[in-house]
Design a protein around this ligand. Structure first.
Ligand SMILES: Cc1cc2nc3c(=O)[nH]c(=O)nc-3n(C[C@H](O)[C@H](O)[C@H](O)COP(=O)(O)OP(=O)(O)OC[C@H]3O[C@@H](n4cnc5c(N)ncnc54)[C@H](O)[C@@H]3O)c2cc1C
Length: 457
């Protein structure tokens, strides 16, 4: 029996390369190996290749999940040596060169010559894991759909409630973390209020909707800095977002958050029905397993401190790439994961000698703020505004997998950004209103009179 109590199969097979994950890093490595005809098994716990940079558009009804999450099996179907398996990798034995994965409740052991781990990261709560249940995250399709349902619920309930205090809280949104995700969401929610709900719900104006973006650093989009961060802050404020810098969210409950500013020792409480958490990342669980089995050091957020060639700890045939690792302080973004995937694949294929240090090619960075506004830096060139926005859309379109998805995304963008439509707010799929509560039941003796939990979307 395996550690989880599930039946464990004997070693049934062995392959040349095992890739774990189906995100940017894994797919880049897989494509390179597949094109060279190298046999590999790709194991992922999700069936899709998720294009995370456009998740905020799913959450705000611009595009549908299908457009940004094509099946990884379909993407690799044309390569005869690619074997895709749906499963969760739960262990690795570097001495025996085997991984253990669970699929359909059964544990399987698979041998490899080379292992490429690209299991990504999730939200970090910096020791306050209870915040996860009280906030909305944006890492998976489920997260985006849950947030979209919450946004719809808040506007719908605000439309019908006669309690002004409840209405205010329904229309208040707190976004924690002014990195790209926080900025995109803050900008989009305000825009939704102005360009969609204000048209569609006549008793709600854009001014009724409050969006507060809270950031611990002294600027918005800190890695950009200078003029670009300043432009982003001004654009958000012009759009009606309240930007609060140098401030930490120190407490969260079902009704709001406490904001503390260490420099002034001030703290204040904001009430809101929706708090979105986008303040840092924590490596997914497989990173800790790899660290333990190979003796690899980890840094903040459990990310693996890999060698320059992406090898992990004492293992010279195990590589880890993307968000689950840290190397030369490079940004945890898709280019780092993709270039890492290709670098590792080239070493496995013998096109580059084993042990070759990774050299990052900085092709620039960009972030979107709201409709017609983005920032871009390529080398010394810095762009803001409409040109940067068009570039952002174009680049993201190029990296979106599949012609059909690109076509549909362009159609959806035209509807949302040129028109006022949000084609993917599925009203028809929203839960029907809850039935009127029955007679209140007195709490049992000794049981606290609990506040109702935040309605889950
Ligand atoms: C909302 C949002 C917006 C972003 N915007 C941008 C942007 O504009 N530009 C940019 O460059 N980057 C952006 N990023 C970052 C970018 O998406 C990541 O850097 C990139 O996805 C990292 O790729 P990865 O392969 O390391 O991990 P991921 O893409 O996260 O993939 C991890 C994979 O591992 C699988 N997995 C995890 N654990 C296991 C296990 N034990 N067994 C099997 N499979 C497992 C998961 O199912 C998933 O398929 C954004 C991220 C988010 C969340």
């Amino acid at each position: 029996m395996g550690a989880t109590g599930k039946e464990e199969a004997d070693i049934v097979d062995r392959t040349e390369v095992v890739i774990v994950g189906s995100g940017f890093g894994a797919l880049a490595a897989a494509k390179k190996l597949a094109k060279a005809g190298k046999p590999f098994v790709l194991i992922s716990e999700t069936t899709e290749h998720l294009f995370q940079p456009l998740l905020y558009q799913v959450a705000t009804g611009v595009i549908s999940p299908g457009e940004i999450a094509p099946s990884v099996r379909a993407i690799l179907a044309k390569y005869p040596h690619a074997d895709v398996r749906l499963g969760r990798v739960v262990d690795v034995d570097p001495d025996a060169s085997t991984v253990v994965y669970e699929a359909g409740g059964i544990r399987h052991t698979l041998g490899y010559d080379h292992l490429v781990a690209a299991t990504g990261a999730r939200q970090a709560y910096f020791g306050r894991d209870e915040f996860a249940d009280l906030t909305y995250a944006l890492k998976t399709v489920d997260d985006a759909e849950r947030l979209r349902r919450q946004i719809v619920r808040c506007f719908e309930e605000a439309h019908t409630t006669s309690d002004p205090e409840h209405r205010k809280n329904l229309l208040s949104f707190i976004v924690v973390g002014a990195g790209p995700t926080g900025v995109e969401l803050a900008g989009q929610i305000k825009e939704l209020a102005q360009r969609y709900f204000a048209d569609a719900i006549h008793n709600i104006t854009a001014d009724d909707v409050t969006v507060t973006l809270v950031e611990g650093a002294d600027k918005v989009l800190p890695p950009f800095g200078g003029k670009l961060s300043e432009y982003s802050k001004e654009s958000l404020e012009k759009a009606g977002v309240e930007v609060v810098l140098n401030t930490l969210v120190t407490d969260i409950d079902e009704h709001g958050a406490t904001l503390s500013t260490p420099t002034t020792e001030e703290s204040r409480r904001l009430t809101a029905e929706t708090i979105i958490w986008s303040a840092g990342i924590q490596a997914n669980d497989f990173a800790a397993i790899l660290a333990e089995r190979t003796g690899c050091e980890t840094v903040r957020g459990g990310r693996l401190l890999v060698d320059e060639d992406f090898t992990v700890g004492r293992a010279d045939n195990i590589y880890a790439i993307g968000d689950m690792v840290t190397l030369d302080n490079l940004p945890a973004q898709s280019p780092f994961a993709m270039q890492g995937g290709r670098h590792v694949a080239k070493m496995i294929l013998g096109k580059t000698p084993a042990g070759t240090p990774f050299r990052y090619k900085d092709k620039g960075s960009m972030a979107i703020i709201n409709r017609f506004r983005a920032i871009t830096r390529v080398g010394k060139i810095e762009l803001t505004g409409f040109i940067a926005w068009v570039l952002w859309l174009a680049v993201h379109l190029v990296y979106l997998v599949g012609f059909r998805n690109r076509y549909i995304a362009v159609m959806s963008w035209c509807g949302s950004f040129l028109g006022h439509r949000r084609p993917h707010f599925y009203y028809a799929q929203e839960p029907t209103p809850a039935a009127a509560p029955e007679q209140p039941v007195a709490p049992a003796e000794g049981e606290p009179d609990k506040e109702p939990a935040r309605a889950s979307a």
